[in-house]
Design a binder for this molecule. Structure first.
Ligand code: ZN
Length: 224
C-alpha cells in the first residue's frame, strides 16, 4: 500500500503560521513507525525552514505537487476563511491552459527547486487538483518523472497510481470497506490538521490498523 499525503505546506489555504510545528505531530505518526509515505510538496511554497525540516524526515518519499498549486490566486480568496470551511476556493490547476513552453518551464523549475533543496532525486508527481493535460505529461516525461499519483481517468504514458475510493480523512477510515488492502490511500495535511485541531484525528489508529498489511506489500509496490 502506498500512503500519499498531499499539500505540504498547503494547497490553496493561507499558509499557517508555525506550520512546521503544527504538521510535525502528523508526520511524526509515520516517522515513529518507520512507515514510508509519499508527501506531495508544493516546491515554490516552501522556505528555508521547510526544506531543513523536510530533509530531516527519514520515512518521507518526496513527490512534486505542482509548481504553486494556484496558491497566489486561491489563498487570497480564503483570507477570511483560512480553513476553507465554505469550500469556495480551488479548481483549476496552474498548468491549465498554458502553452507547451510555459508548462515545461514551470515543471522544470519546480522539479529543479525540489531536487536541489532536498539534495535527492525526485521522480514522483502529484498533479494539483488531480488534473493532467498532454503538455504537462510531456514535460514530466522529459524531466524525469516516472510515477504519477493521481485520481480520475486519464490516458497517461506515465505509470499512475490511483487511490480511488480511498481519498479520505483519517477520521473516516472505519467507513471504508477494504481499506486494509488498498493499493493507495490519500490523506491531506490540511485536512489532518483540521482533525488534530478539533480532536477528531484517527491517524494514529488508522496507521496501527493498516501497518500489518502494509509492511508486507510496501517494497513490492514502491521500491524507490
Ligand atoms: Zn493539493
Amino acid at each position: 500500500m502506498i500512503l500519499r499525503v498531499d499539500d505540504y505546506p498547503t494547497g490553496v489555504r493561507p499558509i499557517l503560521p508555525d506550520h512546521v510545528e503544527k504538521f510535525g505531530p502528523i508526520l511524526d505518526e509515520f516517522e515513529k513507525r518507520g512507515m514510508p509515505y509519499v508527501l506531495g510538496i508544493v516546491p515554490t511554497l516552501c522556505d528555508r525552514k521547510d526544506w531543513v525540516y523536510l530533509k530531516s524526515l527519514k520515512s518521507m518519499l518526496p513527490a512534486c505537487h505542482g509548481y504553486d498549486h494556484m496558491y497566489p490566486v486561491y489563498s487570497k480568496l480564503l483570507k477570511d476563511d483560512p480553513y476553507n470551511k465554505k469550500g469556495l476556493a480551488g479548481g483549476a490547476s496552474e498548468f491549465h491552459g498554458l502553452s507547451q513552453m510555459v508548462t515545461e518551464k514551470l515543471v522544470s523549475s519546480g522539479l529543479y527547486l525540489m531536487r536541489a533543496s532536498l539534495e535527492r532525486e525526485v521522480t514522483r508527481f502529484i498533479p494539483p487538483f488531480n488534473s493532467m493535460n498532454p503538455f504537462l505529461e510531456e514535460a514530466l516525461i522529459k524531466h524525469g518523472v516516472d510515477t504519477l499519483l493521481c485520481e480520475g481517468a486519464h490516458t497517461s504514458k506515465i505509470p499512475c497510481v490511483s487511490s480511488y475510493p480511498y481519498y479520505i480523512r483519517s477520521s473516516d477510515y472505519q467507513k471504508c470497506p477494504g481499506i486494509a488492502n488498498a493499493a493507495c490511500v490519500t490523506l491531506h495535511l490540511t485536512w489532518e490538521w483540521d482533525l488534530l485541531r478539533e480532536g477528531t484525528s484517527k491517524l494514529s489508529e488508522f496507521l496501527d490498523f493498516i501497518q500489518p498489511a502494509r509492511s508486507l506489500a510496501t517494497d513490492a509496490v514502491d521500491p524507490k
